[in-house]
Design a protein around this ligand. Structure first.
Ligand SMILES: [Zn+2]
Length: 275
C-alpha cells in the first residue's frame, strides 16, 4: 500500500512537472512569451527587491553629438545634440546626483538610486572625438551601439577608436551588421545580420553577445526569438519611455530620445517628470 502511494505520488509529481513545462507551449506565442517573461520578471523583481534598489531606469538615446545648421540639414539637426547642450546635460546629471551605469549593470542588479544609462547609436566618430572626452570629464560611462559593417567608414569609429572606448569602460553592443530594418528580413538574412555582427564583436573586440539595439527601432517576434537564441539578454527599442526592469520584457526595453529639440530645459523636464 505504501509502495502504491509512493508510486502514485511519483506519477503525480511527473504529471505536475509535465504540466508546468508543457503549459507554456500550449499557449500562443504572445501568451507564452508573456508567461515566460512574467516568470523571469518574478525572479528579476525578487533580486531587485532583495537589493533594495529601484526597478525603473531611464535609458537615454543619443545619436550625433555635433553642431548642425538646422536650416541646411533639418533631419540631421533632429538626429543631433550640439556639444554645448550635451555638456550642459552631463553637468546637470552630475550636479543632480545621477550615476551612469552600463546595461550589463542592469543584469548584475547593480542599479543605485538615480541610475541612468546613456546610449549612443550607430558607433559614430563624433562619439569618440566629442562625447567621449565630455563623458570622461564628468566620470561618466556610456553604451555605444556598433553597426559592424560600418566600422571605420563614413564618419563611424575605427576599430582602434572602439578599442580605446572599450579600454576606458565604454560598453559596446551590437546594432546589427548593416542597419537593415530587421522586421522586414527573412530568417536567413536576419540570422546573418545578428550572427555576423556578433562574430565581428567577438573576434575584434572580445565582446560576447549581450546587448542589442534594433536598427530604426524595428522588431517582430522572429527578430526577438533570433536574439534570444543567440544569447542576447537586453535589446533596446526606440519606443519612448523609462525602462521598468520588473515589468518590461528585457528584449524590448524603451528609451528616452534626446536631441537638439530638447536643449537643456527640455532635457531637465523629461528627467524631472520621471522622479
Ligand atoms: Zn541606428
Amino acid at each position: 500500500m505504501a509502495l502504491m502511494r509512493k508510486k502514485h505520488l511519483s506519477f503525480g509529481v511527473i504529471i505536475s512537472l509535465l504540466f508546468v513545462f508543457l503549459l507554456p507551449f500550449s499557449l500562443s506565442f504572445k501568451n507564452r512569451t508573456a508567461l515566460l517573461s512574467a516568470l523571469t520578471n518574478v525572479i528579476s523583481y525578487d533580486n531587485f527587491a532583495d537589493l533594495n534598489v529601484t526597478t525603473k531606469v531611464p535609458i537615454l538615446m543619443y545619436h550625433y553629438i555635433r553642431d548642425v545648421d538646422k536650416n541646411f540639414d533639418p533631419m540631421g539637426w533632429r538626429l543631433s545634440t550640439s556639444p554645448y547642450f550635451f555638456e550642459e546635460q552631463m553637468k546637470y546629471l552630475k550636479e543632480n546626483g545621477y550615476t551612469t551605469i552600463n546595461l550589463k549593470d542592469l543584469e548584475d542588479g547593480k542599479v543605485p538610486e538615480k541610475a541612468i544609462v546613456l546610449t549612443f547609436d550607430d558607433g559614430l566618430e563624433d562619439f569618440y572625438t566629442t562625447a567621449f572626452p565630455i563623458l570622461q570629464k564628468y566620470g561618466f560611462t556610456a553604451s555605444n551601439t556598433v553597426i559592424t559593417n560600418m566600422v571605420g567608414r563614413n564618419g563611424h569609429m575605427t576599430i582602434e577608436q572602439l578599442r580605446a572606448c572599450a579600454r576606458a569602460g565604454i560598453e559596446l553592443i551590437s546594432h546589427s551588421k548593416s542597419h537593415f530594418s530587421m522586421s522586414s528580413l527573412g530568417k536567413e538574412k536576419l540570422e546573418s545580420e545578428v550572427y555576423d555582427a556578433a562574430d565581428f564583436l567577438r573576434n575584434n573586440l572580445r565582446i560576447e553577445p549581450f546587448g542589442f539595439v534594433y536598427p530604426s527601432g524595428k522588431y517582430n517576434k522572429l527578430v526577438i526569438k533570433t536574439l534570444r537564441e543567440s544569447g542576447y539578454k537586453i535589446a533596446l527599442t526606440t519606443n519612448e519611455g523609462e525602462a521598468d526592469l520588473s515589468d518590461d520584457d528585457w528584449l524590448i526595453l524603451p528609451r528616452i530620445r534626446v536631441d537638439n529639440r530638447n536643449g537643456i530645459l527640455g532635457f531637465k523636464k523629461k528627467l524631472e517628470e520621471l522622479l
